[in-house]
Unconditional design. Structure first.
Length: 443
């Protein structure tokens, strides 16, 4: 069997198992990282009170602890909304080439690291598949996927909404939008793309490269099909698109599934969010992203000596833009630590801003809207009274989302917590257990 056949010739059951194995790797990584991460928001708030921009090191920023080993290069930690917005908008002074030392080493040089005209060439092509109208064509597929997975979870008497709904919905959607053929082991591709799965013999890379060398294998109108047809020397064709494929699978799965998990958490624990989802889902989704962005940092490199909020940043120094901190800036939002779907909508930085604004923002909105609509229907009509939710809520330092959303339905066993009839008539207010952290729902 060729490498390509091993990657592509999978039946539905094998693809499903591959997705489950992929999430197991994600969960193992999260369990390891979250165990040492804690909740960084208090730390970020303290930094904001001291100033907008702070000298630091990458290790200190990413872990919250000082490096006991060799000294590392200086870096800047940007924590206020105004300073973060300026950095993200100014690609002349703050370059995305900073990613060449992180994502670049993993996947190769992609449009994530590019600026100015080179970057715009890629965005202009990909916008054809990521535009607001283009992604609406995938709404029915998202809804069908979410509905079938929720139905299976309900029939089993419950399960983990993150593992069984949020992650598979995000992964299967980006696989479809990218244009991967049916039968592709998308879990394998994804975990390899993000570095969770090794490829010691190069079989995965060879199979993906062979597939990219076959333009007709990709669905017409898909992202990779659009790249193939661009005929732009700056983009290239065939296996030259391998870094782009890895980036699309990575950024098209990781932040969306985490954002969806946080929105599910809000839906099942905040009656105001559940009620507003029926009439104004955009307001709920925007507030959920502001409150807990799925990704904490964006990375830039200073290209020329620059003054930012009174600090002089030297050419070549790294700049970590803290999106989670900027989105809780007290000078912009009242009581920003609270999830408040009724607050006045203001632009936030969860999806970035400026030249590198998230390409997949419209697709992520469609995924969340359709999946949450199905979740509301399941909770209101398919789940019996007395269902319970076990979760610790959003957690993590670099990635933020609930690690688990374990739903248990009355009459099927309650996983050690007694299931009782609800005392409220609201269709989405369970008996809620947040074990192990003691954190209150809603931050």
């Amino acid at each position: 069997m060729t490498a390509r056949a091993a990657l592509l010739d999978a039946g539905p059951a094998a693809v499903e198992q591959d997705i489950a194995e992929a999430y197991a790797l994600v969960r193992a990584y999260d369990d390891h990282v979250l165990a040492a991460g804690g909740d960084p928001h208090a730390e970020f708030a303290a930094l904001r009170r001291q100033g907008a921009v702070h000298p630091s090191t990458p290790v200190r920023i990413l872990t919250g602890a000082d490096d006991a080993g060799e000294p590392t290069a200086p870096a800047w930690h940007v924590v206020s909304f105004a300073a973060a917005e300026r950095v993200l908008r100014d690609e002349d002074a703050f370059s995305s080439s900073a990613y060449d030392d992180s994502m670049g080493r993993l996947i190769g040089r992609s449009f994530l690291e590019m600026d100015h005209r080179e970057h715009r060439s890629w965005r202009n092509v990909l916008q054809g598949g990521f535009g607001r109208q283009a992604v609406l064509a995938h709404a029915e597929g998202v809804r069908s996927t979410a509905a079938s997975r929720l139905a299976a979870l309900t029939a089993r008497g419950g399960g983990d909404l993150v593992a069984e709904v949020a992650f598979p919905v995000a992964l299967t959607t980006i696989a479809r939008v990218t244009g991967l053929p049916p039968g592709t082991r998308i879990g394998t591709l994804y975990t390899w793309a993000v570095g969770l799965r090794e490829d010691p013999d190069g079989g995965i890379a060879d199979a993906a490269g062979e597939l990219l060398d076959t333009p007709e294998a990709w669905a017409p109108g898909s992202l990779v099909d659009l790249l193939h047809r661009a005929e732009d020397p700056a983009i290239g064709t065939g296996r030259h698109l391998l870094p782009a494929l890895r980036l699309l699978l990575s950024t098209g799965t990781e932040p969306p599934f985490r954002s969806l998990a946080t929105s599910m958490y809000a839906t099942l624990t905040h009656p105001a969010a559940a009620a507003l989802l029926r009439t104004d889902p955009s307001a709920v989704l925007q507030e959920c992203r502001r409150w807990e962005p799925p990704l904490t940092w964006a990375l830039r490199r200073c290209t020329t000596d620059t003054t930012l909020s009174g600090r002089t940043i030297r050419r070549g120094e790294a700049v970590f833009v803290n999106l989670a901190s900027a989105n809780r800036d007290e000078t912009r939002w009242s009581r920003p630590h609270r999830l408040d779907v009724a607050r006045e909508p203001l632009a936030d930085l969860a999806m970035g801003t400026g030249p590198h604004t998230c390409l997949g923002r419209h697709l992520a909105a469609v995924e969340a809207r359709e999946a949450l609509s199905e979740l509301l229907d399941a909770a209101a009509s398919a789940w019996p009274p007395g269902w319970t939710l076990h979760t610790d809520g959003p957690a993590g330092r670099g990635f933020r989302s609930p690690a688990r959303l374990d739903v248990r339905l009355a009459g099927h066993g309650s996983g050690g917590v007694s299931a009782r009839p609800r005392t409220t008539a609201h269709p989405c207010e369970p008996r809620h257990s947040e074990r192990s952290t003691g954190r209150r729902a809603g931050g």
